[in-house]
Design a protein around this ligand. Sequence first.
Ligand SMILES: *Cc1c(COP(=O)(O)O)cnc(C)c1O
Length: 374
Amino acid sequence: MKIQMVNLKDQYLEIKSEIDSAIHNVLDKTDFICGDKVFEFANNLSHYIGSKHCVTCANGTDALQIALMAIDTNPGDEIIVPSFTYIATAEVIALLRLVPVLVDVNYNTFTINADLIERNITEKTKAIIPVHLYGQSAEMEKILKLAEKYNLYVIEDNAQAIGACYKFSNGLKKNTGSLGHIGCTSFYPSKNLGCYGDGGAMFTDDDKIYEKLKMISNHGQIKKYYHSIVGCNSRLDTLQAAILDVKLKYLDDYNLKRIEAAHFYTQNLKTIEEIIVPEEMDYSTHVYHQYTIKVLNNKRDELQRYLEGLNIPSMIYYPVSLENQKAFMGIALKRNNLDVSKQLANSVLSIPMHSELTEDQQKHIIRGIQSFFS
Ligand SMILES: *Cc1c(COP(=O)(O)O)cnc(C)c1O
């Protein structure tokens, strides 16, 4: 049995004729940059997310960078980020000569601990970037309240949670990516909505921010060859937009398959004493970009090697928290200890999760984990 972390080939084969004809339509038109499909897809995606506007760009990292460029900052201003996330979230902050302020995460949800944010806010703080890690929303209600109180921007890193739904305490439901001032996402092939290369997008309800995002991602130009601000070249290819526009129709279905697979894992793994299965919170649905367990008693690496021997792949997202990344030494600030992040880096293990997992594959993975602990 061949088991993969992600299975893009079988997912493609399921919708091959639709994808192939979408690609051929672009080839026929040869409108490779800023073609009609780019705007059609952006429109459909903003409708899906529930935001007024969507601007597509070249990748998820650029989306975060352009979002930060669109809010008013001065070099040295502080941006609050979780210390346990993918490097891109904090990398763009440093790149723009802003200061990432690292805040620890919740042990049970892996997302930024909202109760630690307020003590990290100073006069220099401009924004908070919560990350909806592994597919479940951060504690957005608390974060949005703080942002309002201190007049801060909230930029969501929604690269791993497209399609997740947040529930406010008054019952209001909104998709992640539409909750903050700007939402950012990635279409990296293995993401829940992935293209066949690199891609990304930003969401906003604010007309002024929308105009800025559009300009910045296209050389800061107001019309061709007239540039009113310094921007960059970050666009989604028409080919990728055409592929994404097909796949968007299947996103809910893909997410549902991930959720079903996740629940099957949880049902069968929750009784193992030395692991902790992912927890679903009542304030958010979970779209399981990753199914990530915590392995107790320092047995994570041993379990991973054991599974490898059974041809069961697994990955560590992420083995080093931002605090300990060499690139951030002397750049990132911390005002509190970040012990939970460190603990997670030493205990998390993600097992195969994608929309094409079969029940037999899942059973094989579950038996592998069970046999290690028995
Ligand atoms: C994938 C990812 C990004 C970056 O997206 P790219 O398209 O690879 O640039 C940013 N943040 C998180 C949490 C991600 O998972």
